[in-house]
Write a protein that binds this ligand. Structure first.
Ligand SMILES: [Zn+2]
Length: 164
């Protein structure tokens, strides 16, 4: 008799033997890995905030903001970290001393996303350039690339910067 257990995250039923037991629950492998990655991302975000704001620990207000952004806007921890990095370290003229918390995140999350999508597009096209040298027909590749970057913006709403 198969002993099936339900994954608390995705709701699929899995053989107990293959499921991963964690905090009294049986997770499927994919959800467990996601969970572990997310908890690492959370730690990274907290460490980054401490470094950026030169504090020993985030304030209660910051923790609440992180929680709210995740629940209300479905931002990822990694995406939040990336956004702070974008605003305070890549864009010029912003100082964490001017800000009480991390409330800037919702205002620049999409800009940060666009910035990293562009950066990734550049990186990808650099990779393509080397392929281009190998390929004899350079033109076809160029045309293709133009089309792809158009689609890139169409799909931008669905891209999770945490995953770039
Ligand atoms: Zn699952």
């Amino acid at each position: 008799m198969a002993r099936n257990v339900k994954c608390p995250e995705c709701g699929t039923f899995n053989d107990k033997e293959n499921a991963i037991y964690h905090n009294s629950k049986y997770y499927c492998k994919v959800c467990y890995d996601n969970k572990m990655r997310e908890s690492q991302d959370y730690k990274d975000l907290i460490a980054y905030i401490c470094e950026l704001y030169e504090i020993d620990a985030p304030t209660g207000w910051m923790l609440k903001q992180i929680k709210d952004f995740k629940e209300q806007f479905h931002y990822t921890y990694r995406g939040m970290k990336t956004t702070l990095n974008f605003f305070y370290e890549i864009q010029e003229g912003h100082d964490t001393a001017d800000s009480m918390g991390i409330g800037i995140i919702p205002f620049v999350y999409d800009d940060a996303k666009k910035f990293y999508v562009d950066k990734k597009a550049v990186k990808d096209s650099v990779t393509e350039v080397s392929l281009e040298n190998i390929a004899s027909n350079k033109r076809i590749i160029k045309v293709k690339r133009g089309k792809e970057s158009e689609n890139l913006y169409k799909d931008i709403a669905f891209i999770d910067i945490g995953k770039l």
